[in-house]
Design a protein around this ligand. Sequence first.
Ligand SMILES: NC(=O)c1ccc[n+]([C@@H]2O[C@H](COP(=O)([O-])OP(=O)(O)OC[C@H]3O[C@@H](n4cnc5c(N)ncnc54)[C@H](OP(=O)(O)O)[C@@H]3O)[C@@H](O)[C@H]2O)c1
Length: 344
Amino acid sequence: MTVITPAVSHEVRLVERPEGLPALEHFAVVEAPLPTPAADEVLVRNLAFRVSASIRMMISEGAEAVEGVPFPALAPGDTLAEQAVGEVVAAPAGSALMPGDLVSHHLGYREYAAVPLAALDRLPQRPADPIVHLGHGWTAYAALTRGVQIPSGATVFVSGASGAIGSMAGQIARLLGAGRVVGSAGTPAKAARLTDGLGYDAVVLRGGGPFVEQLTRAAPGGIDVVLDTVGGEQLAASVAVANPGAQVLVVGALSGQLAATGAGRTAPVELDSFQLLLKKITLRGYSADDDPQALPEWNQRSAEWLRDGALTFPHERIKGIANAPRAVVDTIGGRHLGTVVVEL
Ligand SMILES: NC(=O)c1ccc[n+]([C@@H]2O[C@H](COP(=O)([O-])OP(=O)(O)OC[C@H]3O[C@@H](n4cnc5c(N)ncnc54)[C@H](OP(=O)(O)O)[C@@H]3O)[C@@H](O)[C@H]2O)c1
């Protein structure tokens, strides 16, 4: 199969490091020569890439000093990076990859990428819509099966419920046996979508009053499991409302990452440790990357759930790389629900 390629590729670059939250002028869509793959690299035509609000912490001042974050720090002039799906244009001889094969890698925000063989996954089947491979459902699944155990009928609280992880987590928690699922979101419109088919029974609101009061009303029997993607006041409130023996899993820190000031890499919170002690609460940080065996299990179970209509994949599709900077700014501004994808 011969694939005809253009001479140039468009990509999104960081113009300057923002102070506070980024705006459109911090990014530029530029034309660059088509990348020339090295001997151990694959030339990939990207079909789509994910946009995540957490990129903010990798473009702010001091990003290179952060340890333990699985994304690269970005400096002015760098091309942004995120999970992408694409098709192989050319692969090294003997690599087992063929032009047209569907692959996943981390060099999004560009139309064409030269991806090291070692940094690329071949996707087994070509689904009707390849963007399903950009979802964060498996992160939610790994967290809710490996990070915590959901007792049958438990009340689960998911903070950041309208995000890529949270919009899958409510549905998955219910499928795994939760009795009541409560989320948090930024607007009543998002709350309505979350309670209308995305697994949530009730949603508390950022800016809707003290979280302890909101959570006490939304979870009158207390909270047994917390999947926290936000931190800050929401984490403190969930500990206050937690039942004895509750499991609190911290998977994200959106309250810090998306704070209006600072670099987005701290999420301080005042926790009543006496509550942890008295209620014997388990509190731990968790990364899905530590449980890679959850991925094939998720692929199999989610395919069944999607086929049966038990699960949906909420996402926003944005067309064209020219609209990628706007997608970043809007995702950080909380103007989308679910996984945000730029389609090329
Ligand atoms: N542990 C892991 O394995 C793992 C893997 C991937 C990502 N993560 C982390 O998990 C977290 C969630 O990721 P995601 O991809 O689901 O996020 P996302 O989709 O990028 O989340 C964007 C959402 O954040 C909310 N938001 C905006 N400003 C906020 C603020 N000041 N405080 C709280 N929420 C705010 C908005 O929703 P509302 O306006 O509705 O609040 C917005 O829609 C991030 O911290 C990410 O780094 C963890």
